[in-house]
Design a protein around this ligand. Structure first.
Ligand code: FAD
Length: 490
C-alpha cells in the first residue's frame, strides 16, 4: 500500500486549489490527487479586485498537467469507492488502496435532476453535460428550462434560435442571487437580441485523446468538475429556429408531471401555447410535455433541469462518523476540518458549520470553492507542522462578482438581507438599462449591497460594510449620483 502525507479527492476548483497550495507550502511532502474525471479545473488569470473581491478564469487541463506544474503531486485517475477514516485509508474503483496522513475531500456536488432517468430531461453540471445539451439544442425548436439559479439564468440568456419556456418557483427571476427589483431591471433584456460576442474565447479547453461525448446519462458516468466562469458565454447555444431570443417565464410554479404524448391522451390534457407569435413549427405533438403546478401544460423538444446540486458525499460518509449538515454537506469547522480526525473537506461538498462572521454566508460558488480549497491546504500544512492557524480573511465578507445578461453583478455581504431582522432599510438607485444599486442598512450601518452595471462602488462599499461605520448622517447622499462617494469617504 502506498503512503502519502496528503491525499486530495476531486479535480474541481476546490481539489486543484488544495493540491497546488499543498505542493507550494510543503514541496518535500508527497501529495496524491485522486479524481474521477479525465480533465481537471485550474484557476488562471487570478486577479484581486479589492480586499475580498476576486476574478479568475478556469482552464480545463489534462490531469497530467498538474504533475508537470507541481512535481510532488501525483494524480491518480479513479473513483474513490470508500474511506476508512480510522485506518486513514482510501479505496479506489481500480482496486488501489492508499494510506494518507491528512485527507481533503473535494468531491463537489451532483445535480438534482427532476424526473431523473427520463431521456428528455437533461441536467447541467459539467463540460460533458453541456456538450450533450448543445448537441440536442441544434435540433430543438422549443425547450423548457426549470430552475431559477445562476445556471438557468445564464442558459436562458445565451440560448438563441429556440423558444424557451422558463419555469421558476419564485415570483421573480434569478432569485438565488438577486431581489425582485433587480429582476425587474433585467426583464427587458430577456427578449432582446444579444450583443455580438464573436470575440476570442477566454477559456482553454482540452479533450483527452479519442474523447467523444458520452452517451451515458448523467447518472451512470462519473461527474467531471462543475463548470467555471464564462461556461455559457463561450459556447454556441443555438437551436433549429430563426428566433433570436424568445422567452416566456412562468412564475411561482413547480413541475408536477413530465409526460409523453400517450400519457397526454390518457389523462386528457391539452397543451397551451406560451408565445403570442410562435415559430411556424407549432405542432400538436411534442416529444415531451411538462405539467406545471398552475395546471398549464407545455410541449417541448426537451427539458433542462437546472434545479441545483446536492453535495456528493456518498463514498465518504458511511461508517466514518462524518457529521453531515441538514443540507447534505459534510460539516467543517473554521479550519475546514470534518468531525473525523485528519479528514478535511472543501468546496461544494462541505457545509461551513462554524459561527460565521456577520457579513459572510456560504454560497456554493467557484470563488468559495477556490478559497476553501486553498485554506484547507494551509490548515493541513499547519497541522503536520504542529502550527496553529487563524481563519482566513476571505471568510469575513461575502463577495462575489459575476455577469448576468451581460451586466457586471457584484454581491457584497448580506446582499439579500439574509438573516437580518425586519428593521433593515433599503436604499436604491436605478437607471433603466444602465445600473441598479441596492444597499441594505441596519442600525445605521451598511450590511450588504447588490451592484449591477459599471457602478465603480464596490471597493468603497466593501470598506463601509467591513468597518461598520455609522452612515446615518450620510444616508441621504450615499447613492446621490452627483457625489463622488470615493472622495467623500476618503
Ligand atoms: P466540482 O467542480 O464538482 O468538482 C468535484 C470533483 O470531484 C470532480 O473532478 C469529480 O470528478 C470529482 N469526484 C467526485 N466524486 C469523486 C470520487 N468518489 N472519487 C474521485 N473523484 C471524485 N459558481 C459561480 O461562482 N458562479 C456561477 O455563475 C456559477 N455557475 C455555475 C453554472 C453551472 C452549470 C454549474 C454546474 C455550476 C456553477 N457554479 C457557479 C458553481 C461552481 O461551478 C461550483 O461551486 C464549483 O465549481 C465547485 O467546485 P468543487 O471543486 O467543489 O466541485
Amino acid at each position: 500500500m502506498e503512503t502519502y502525507t496528503f491525499a486530495v479527492v476531486g479535480g474541481g476548483i476546490a481539489g486543484i486549489s488544495c493540491a497546488e497550495t499543498l505542493s507550494a507550502l510543503c514541496p518535500d511532502e508527497r501529495v496524491l490527487l485522486v479524481t474521477a474525471s479525465d480533465l481537471v479545473k485550474a484557476v488562471t488569470n487570478y486577479q484581486k479586485l479589492s480586499r475580498t473581491l476576486e476574478t479568475f478564469d478556469v482552464e480545463e487541463k489534462p490531469s497530467s498537467s498538474v504533475e508537470a506544474d507541481c512535481p510532488n503531486v501525483q494524480v491518480h485517475k479513479s473513483t474513490v469507492t470508500s474511506l476508512d477514516a480510522v485506518r486513514h485509508e482510501l479505496r479506489c474503483a481500480d482496486g488501489r488502496t492508499v494510506q494518507y496522513d491528512k485527507l481533503c475531500i473535494c468531491s463537489g456536488g451532483k445535480p438534482k435532476v427532476i424526473s431523473n432517468g427520463n431521456k428528455h430531461v437533461i441536467g447541467i453540471r459539467d463540460t460533458e453535460s453541456v456538450k450533450v445539451f448543445q448537441q440536442r439544442l441544434t435540433a430543438a425548436r422549443r425547450i423548457v428550462v426549470v430552475g431559477n439559479g445562476g445556471i438557468a439564468t445564464e442558459l436562458v440568456y445565451e440560448i438563441e434560435g429556440c423558444e424557451v419556456v422558463w419555469a421558476i418557483k419564485d415570483k421573480s427571476i434569478a432569485s438565488t442571487f438577486i431581489d425582485a427589483g433587480a429582476a425587474e431591471f433585467f426583464l427587458p433584456q430577456l427578449n432582446q437580441d444579444k450583443p455580438d460576442s464573436s470575440g476570442p474565447v477566454k477559456r482553454l479547453k482540452y479533450m483527452p485523446e479519442g474523447h467523444t461525448v458520452s452517451k451515458k446519462t448523467s447518472d451512470d458516468r462519473p461527474h467531471g468538475g462543475a463548470l467555471g466562469p464564462d461556461w455559457a458565454s463561450s459556447r454556441k447555444m443555438a437551436g433549429a429556429g430563426q428566433v433570436c431570443h424568445s422567452i416566456h417565464v412562468e412564475y411561482n410554479v413547480e413541475v408536477h408531471h413530465v409526460l409523453d404524448g400517450t400519457e397526454m391522451t390518457t389523462y386528457g390534457y391539452s397543451a397551451s401555447e406560451p408565445f403570442k407569435a410562435p415559430q411556424s413549427h407549432v405542432s400538436d405533438s411534442w416529444p415531451v410535455y411538462v405539467r406545471l403546478s398552475n395546471g398549464k401544460v407545455y410541449g417541448c423538444d426537451f427539458i433542462v433541469s437546472a434545479t441545483g446540486v446536492v453535495p456528493n458525499t456518498q463514498p465518504f460518509v458511511g461508517d466514518n462518523l462524518l457529521s453531515v449538515s441538514p443540507d447534505g454537506g459534510i460539516e467543517v469547522n473554521s479550519c475546514m476540518e470534518t468531525s473525523a480526525t485528519d479528514v478535511y473537506a472543501a468546496g461544494d461538498v462541505c457545509t461551513a458549520s462554524w459561527e460565521h462572521s456577520k457579513h459572510w454566508l456560504q454560497v456554493r460558488l467557484w470563488s468559495q470553492a477556490r478559497q476553501m480549497g486553498c485554506f484547507a491546504a494551509q490548515s493541513m500544512a499547519a497541522a503536520v507542522r504542529g502550527e496553529k492557524i487563524t481563519p482566513d480573511f476571505c471568510f469575513e465578507l461575502f463577495a462575489h462578482v459575476t455577469k448576468f445578461f451581460n451586466y457586471k453583478v457584484v454581491l457584497l455581504g448580506k446582499f439579500n438581507a439574509q438573516g437580518l431582522d425586519a428593521g433593515h432599510e433599503l436604499l436604491l438607485r436605478v437607471t433603466e438599462g444602465k445600473e441598479y444599486v441596492k444597499v441594505i442598512i441596519q442600525d445605521g450601518c451598511m450590511k450588504g449591497a447588490i451592484l449591477i452595471g459599471e457602478t465603480d462602488l464596490e471597493e468603497t462599499f466593501e470598506n463601509l460594510i467591513l468597518n461598520g461605520m455609522d452612515l446615518t448622517p450620510f444616508k441621504e447622499h450615499l447613492l446621490d449620483p452627483n457625489i463622488d462617494i470615493d472622495d467623500f469617504f476618503d
